[in-house]
Design a protein around this ligand. Structure first.
Ligand code: F6R
Length: 364
């Protein structure tokens, strides 16, 4: 039941610190700051490549994981939306791993991608929330996300639990491949252990975001920008806003702005810039300057250090605590979800049951 919350989506967003902690506890040895995964039927050290297939929000979790696997495990990753992967006839390497990601474990295209990968002799691993699902049954290995039942059609807690699971997996891969040291493993795991506390702080931005949502609800289009792992999060932010508020939104890699979308910017266009103070912060700031110079309305989501360095006027700046860049997608997901949620509430849409959408997409 919804408890004190108006919608399942609100309840599920607020459950995130708890369910993410639960998921992390399953994959980490928190006392020693190390990763502890169940036995897997393949060896990360000998893998040639990972192919990820998923749909919608689960696809964006996979995109973030691609950055992690490449950066922390030096493991090449290809990612496709499942409806492309299954038909693309991509050559798959002899020692390849296919990862499918799904909340429901029943998404038709994701299941077909898993079957295709198995037929092509790939190892297979499913990151799923429903342990009794078809995808969980058919994959060679399963890493469950312990989000609990997700009722709201818009995925929130399943997404951050997918990220928690994939983050632990990326660190494990990094160790197995000798790409990170024991010391680096401890740092990364320690950063993960901090996530639930940081998520609670992110949830405290609720009232500010509620206020912001009132002006958002009057706009027709919104642009989301980010670089690095904030780029898939920009895509996720745009998807969330579209599906529950019906406001048109697009996510872009911030560096792509000047290659087209900048033509859209005027004084009516809100631009949500997701920019933690990480290695690409300054680059994103120069993209923000380009938006400001054209009168765009900037909503900056950053941390304390970033807010100090952003020498620009914004319509709003949402400030999170400083944190290890590794974990920013998990924490920054929260303001992005809250913004979509509160905008939809102002618009008066059916937040938990958006028009034309179903929780589980079992048609192709
Ligand atoms: C977005 C959303 C969808 C799902 C997608 C995949 O909020 O919920 O985009 O993420 O339909 O569903 P699963 O994860 O069940 O395979």
């Amino acid at each position: 039941e919804k408890g004190n919350f108006r919608h399942f989506m609100a309840k599920e967003m607020h459950e995130q610190p708890e369910v993410v902690a639960h998921t992390l506890a399953h994959y980490l040895d928190m006392a020693n700051d190390t990763v502890q995964l169940p036995e897997l039927p393949f060896d990360f050290a000998s893998l040639q490549r990972v192919s990820i297939a998923a749909c919608g929000t689960a696809f964006y979790a996979g995109m973030i994981a691609k950055y992690w696997f490449e950066r922390y495990a030096r493991l090449p990753v290809e990612i496709d939306v499942a409806s492309e992967f299954r038909y693309r006839e991509a050559p798959l390497p002899a020692d390849g791993l296919a990862i499918v990601i799904s909340q429901s474990g029943e998404t038709a295209d994701t299941l077909a991608s898993l079957r295709y990968a198995r037929q092509e002799k790939q190892h297979s691993l499913a990151v799923v929330n429903v342990p009794t699902s078809t995808i969980a049954r058919e994959a060679e290995a399963v890493l469950p996300t312990l989000a609990g039942p997700e009722i709201g059609v818009a995925s929130t807690k399943a997404f951050t639990c997918q990220l928690a699971t994939l983050a632990a997996l990326a660190v494990a891969a990094g160790r197995a491949r000798g790409a990170i040291s024991a010391e680096e493993e401890r740092e990364l795991v320690h950063a993960l252990v901090e996530v639930p506390r940081l998520m609670n702080q992110a949830l405290d931005l609720g009232p500010d975001i509620e206020h912001l949502a009132r002006s958002f609800a009057k706009t027709k289009d919104v642009l989301y920008l980010g670089r690095g792992t904030s780029y898939p999060l920009a895509l996720e932010g745009a998807l969330k806003l579209k599906e529950i508020s019906y406001i048109h939104a697009e996510g872009y890699a911030a560096g792509e702005l000047k290659h087209g979308p900048i033509a859209l910017i005027d004084e009516n266009m809100p631009v949500v810039v997701i920019a933690p103070y990480d290695g690409v912060f300054e680059k994103t700031m120069s993209n923000m300057q380009e938006v400001a110079a054209r009168g765009g309305r900037i909503i900056l989501i950053t941390d304390e250090t970033g807010a100090g360095h952003a020498a620009l006027e914004t319509e709003a700046t949402l400030v999170l605590p400083d944190m290890n860049p590794f974990i920013t997608p998990l924490v920054y997901a929260i303001p992005v979800q809250l913004l979509a949620y509160h905008t939809a509430v102002v618009m008066g849409t059916d937040v938990d049951q958006p028009r034309n959408l179903a929780k589980s997409v079992t048609v192709e």
